[in-house]
Design a protein around this ligand. Structure first.
Ligand SMILES: [Zn+2]
Length: 172
């Protein structure tokens, strides 16, 4: 199979490339190993929506093992406990390390926040460019994929929380 893909170039005997397979393997390991994050929460009587926007992340698409790169926006409404703001960025970056579909990644992040904080509701919106769509396949550069996961009051389409969150992350 591999010989069929590389019929002429004996790349593994080129000294300049001899370390490339090792570097590649170590890069894949790095991109699939999240740092450990302490989800330390604090008691608080804050009860208004908290939004952490534009958290940069990179993940690997589970179908093609190429990156999808973008931003995550999180909103939640606390009920007695809050999380240090930097933990949202650390948490997203850590969970994103691995092989994912963007749909499942958004859901996993929302569920983790829901488990740790038991908020009134939590919303996670992710927007990313998938290299498997821009450098190969349909080759549609600039295409953004947007996924979301809404729990608690955010999941209720008739309630204010969802539309407030969505309009706040769009304001620039
Ligand atoms: Zn893909």
């Amino acid at each position: 199979m591999f010989d069929a893909l590389c019929p002429v170039y004996d790349w593994y005997e080129d000294p300049a490339l001899s370390e490339t397979p090792r570097r590649f393997a170590s890069m894949i390991l790095e991109l699939t190993t999240g740092e450990s994050v302490e989800w330390t929460t604090f008691e608080s009587d804050a009860d208004e929506m908290v939004i952490v926007r534009d958290i940069a992340f990179v993940a690997l698409c589970e179908h093609h093992v190429v990156p999808f790169i973008g931003h995550t926006h999180i909103g939640y409404i606390p009920t007695g406990r809050i999380l240090g703001l930097s933990k949202f960025a650390r948490g997203v970056r850590s969970i994103a390390k691995g092989l994912w579909t963007q749909e499942e990644l958004a859901k996993t992040i929302a569920t983790k926040i829901d488990d740790e904080l038991s908020p009134l509701g939590v919303g996670v919106v992710m927007e990313a460019e998938h290299l498997c769509m821009t450098i190969r396949g349909v080759q549609a550069p600039g295409t953004k994929t947007i996924t979301s996961s809404m729990l608690g009051v955010f999941a209720d389409h008739s309630r204010q929380a969802r539309s407030e969150f969505l309009s706040l992350i769009r304001e620039r």
